[in-house]
Write a protein that binds this ligand. Structure first.
Ligand code: FMN
Length: 204
């Protein structure tokens, strides 16, 4: 059983969230979810810090780009280091043809290579913005991919924003403007925080 000093120290430690958007669009609603989450953490969720990890400069995965000694291209190495250094993950991805985007799958695959398990044993949350199901079918595929990578996703609450329905949820730049969705996003972040702390405690 954890003593009160250790518990207090843990509560004070800031967990670093590597947040990855599956959309490379400038005005992406999904990247907008990450921006909103980052601001929310700064303003009202002590103990959780969002670091947006840009995946747009990753090359398409080709194992010919890996060197015999286990080396990776510079952008891939930097990406893998950020994944490894994170305490947990926040994925925000549109659904492309009922699955995750190719860009996100590419990033997941790059950090799955080599002997170091970059993703394993960490908590994660998925949020998404899309059309009729709000991108929810893609998020189910992401959960499936996470099985082999050993990522532990929170189950609830879910946030699948129906981006094209009234009332508007995002402005033209992809900023989340919808109060109800913002409230739900905050609940997702609180759930991620609590679950990540629980998981880390079990590993000690
Ligand atoms: C190739 C492609 C496939 C898509 N497939 C789906 C889909 O299966 N389901 C869905 O809800 N939206 C689909 N969309 C629409 C996206 O959800 C929509 O463009 C969304 O706004 C993209 O998110 P972003 O604003 O973060 O870029 C698709 C878009 C593209 C470009």
């Amino acid at each position: 059983m954890e003593d009160s000093t250790t518990a207090a120290k843990r509560a004070k430690r800031t967990l670093r969230v590597a947040a990855i958007s599956g959309s490379l669009r400038r005005a992406s609603a999904n990247t907008g979810l990450i921006r909103a989450a980052a601001k929310m953490c700064e303003e009202s969720i002590p103990g959780l810090q969002i670091d947006h990890v840009d995946i747009s400069d990753l090359p398409l995965l080709n194992t010919d780009l890996e060197t015999a000694g286990g080396g990776f291209p510079v952008a891939v190495k930097a990406f893998r280091d950020r994944v490894r250094g994170a305490d947990c993950f926040l994925f925000a991805s549109p659904e492309y043809n009922y699955s995750v985007t190719g860009s996100l799958k590419n990033a997941l695959d790059w950090a799955s290579r080599g002997s170091v398990k970059c993703w394993a044993d960490k908590a994660a949350a998925i949020v998404c913005a899309g059309a009729d199901f709000g991108g929810g079918r893609g998020s189910l595929h992401l959960r499936q991919i996470g099985i082999y990578l050993d990522i532990h996703f929170i189950n609830k609450p879910e946030l699948h924003v129906r981006a094209f329905d009234d009332p508007p949820k995002f402005d033209a730049a992809g900023n989340l403007t919808h109060a109800e969705s913002r409230e739900r996003l905050k609940k997702v972040l609180l759930s991620l925080h609590a679950f990540a702390l629980r998981l880390q405690r079990k590993e000690e």
